[in-house]
Design a protein around this ligand. Structure first.
Ligand SMILES: [Zn+2]
Ligand SMILES: [Zn+2]
Ligand SMILES: [Zn+2]
Length: 171
């Protein structure tokens, strides 16, 4: 099987040929889609001239060989069967219809999430810097000491006055 699959690999997409299969006059295979997207009408394998993509040489034998190859669905769903059953499976597979689109959406959102995270971090750093700048302004930290200096003499005065009063009472 591995040998057959190796011989059915498309020289353009390097995967096992898919869909209708075209060939050059030497019998080299290429997927019909890859054939249509070639830049020049040259066989990627032998560099010989390819028939026009509108009137291709189709290789039905290779198509039947490929349909009979075992096919393992891509990671996740784990379905295995023949390549011929792939379209039917994918039409019914929840993984293909729901999980794969979600994964694609997550992959799309990932850079946005990282961008927002970076913006949040920057905003936090700026706030932190502002708080530190406010804390380091001298006037902000000093308001406490001057008050006792102003009130102390008054206290002392009243205290001594009270002492005098008290003294007078004792006399
Ligand atoms: Zn191809
Ligand atoms: Zn060729
Ligand atoms: Zn599946």
């Amino acid at each position: 099987m591995a040998l057959a699959a190796d011989h059915l690999v498309c020289p353009a997409c390097l995967d096992v040929c898919d869909g209708h299969i075209h060939q050059c006059p030497q019998g080299h295979l290429i997927c019909s889609e890859c054939d249509r997207s070639l830049a020049s009408r040259t066989c990627p394998t032998c560099r010989g001239a390819l028939p026009s993509a509108e009137a291709p040489e189709r290789n039905r034998f290779a198509e039947r060989m490929i349909a009979a190859l075992p096919y393992a669905a891509w990671a996740g769903c784990g379905w295995t069967g023949l390549r011929a059953g792939q379209p039917e499976h994918e039409a019914a597979c929840v993984y293909v219809s729901e999980v794969a689109p979600l994964k694609a959406r997550l992959a799309d959102l990932e850079p946005r999430a990282q961008h927002l995270q970076a913006r949040g971090d920057a905003a936090n750093e700026e706030l932190q810097a502002r708080v530190e700048a406010l804390a380091s302004i001298p006037g902000r930290k000093q308001p406490q000491p001057p008050r006792p200096l102003q009130s102390r003499p008054r206290d002392a005065a009243t205290a001594s006055a009270a002492g005098v009063e008290a003294g007078r009472r004792h006399i």
